[in-house]
Design a protein around this ligand. Sequence first.
Ligand code: AMP
Ligand code: MG
Length: 347
Amino acid sequence: MTDTRIIDASDPSDQNGIVDLAVGLLVEGEVVALPTETVYGLGADALNADAVAKIFTAKERPKFDPLIVHVGSYEQIDEVANVPDELREVIDKLMKAHWPGPLTLVLPKKECVPDIVTSGLPAVAVRMSAHPLMKAIVRKLGRPIAAPSANRFGRISPTSASAVEKELAGRIPMIIDGGACREGLESTIIRPEISADAGKKGVLIHVLRSGPVTKEMLQRFGKVVRVKKNRSEDAPEAPGQLASHYAPVTPLRLLSKPSEFKPEPGKKYALLSYCGSEKAGFMDLHEWVAVEQLSPGNGKLAEAAVRFFYVLRLLDEIGADEIIAEPVSETGLGVAMMDKLRRASVR
Ligand code: AMP
Ligand code: MG
């Protein structure tokens, strides 16, 4: 057991001291849980294989699931990736439009990036976080930081320091509490490629994981295609897309319409509602032991995204036998949420 310190970073005047604390641990080859705008990450010096190994141990993450590497500037992408000449223009445009922000680029890796980071793949996933603390910590460290979500493998991603604490307390030395995550969903992961089949722009954008940067937002950079299936579970192109991901401990079932609900006598069911609307037909369908709405303020998809993992966690802690999930509209941000609900859903 390790003592886990939780550092409150809510006072901006403490920022320099907190950055120094985190950087001190990273320099020593330790891991630290850090806030980003998407979900909390568990960070380590990306170029130190022993430090990165501690991420896998703390998360109980299988070695075949590679990590996202955070950089602190546009130029730092060239420290970890070999950007092909023909992709340089579109990568520059994507970075200018979405960095810092929730967009991860998969590119051929530089030799200095240890195999443990990329699970032996020839590509590395790179992003630049918009969270002021994460940005300041990567810059002060002067080296890229590998940081997957700060949860145990296969579990719900944490969007607050208290969620990280539930997942990893006793396993890591420090959690920096930078408040609730602004986006609430993991970054969109893309692999851009030059292709003759991609129409006028000649750029094919493979979406390996849907997220806050939506298909609609990516279309001006090239032809967007979704990678639906892993090539194999051992060496998947988008390994975070394994079927077991994002699951609460309580079984969850995503329904497309109320008539699909067939309750078993004596079982306790909780409802994950989209907007709490009675019109959808789920609210009055059953004596739910609990109901949580993704968008109680009717902010619809943006609000639902911010609350998504938080609400899943709440329902998971209620002690229901099953969580019944109402569908959300499958456009924009809804694509990522439906994807996660399908993966979490029992079959
Ligand atoms: P996490 O931050 O926990 O959501 O995990 C990072 C995810 O990024 C992995 O599960 C993969 O889906 C993806 N990823 C990381 N590195 C690569 C890579 N080299 N190629 C493809 N996908 C990657
Ligand atoms: Mg994850």
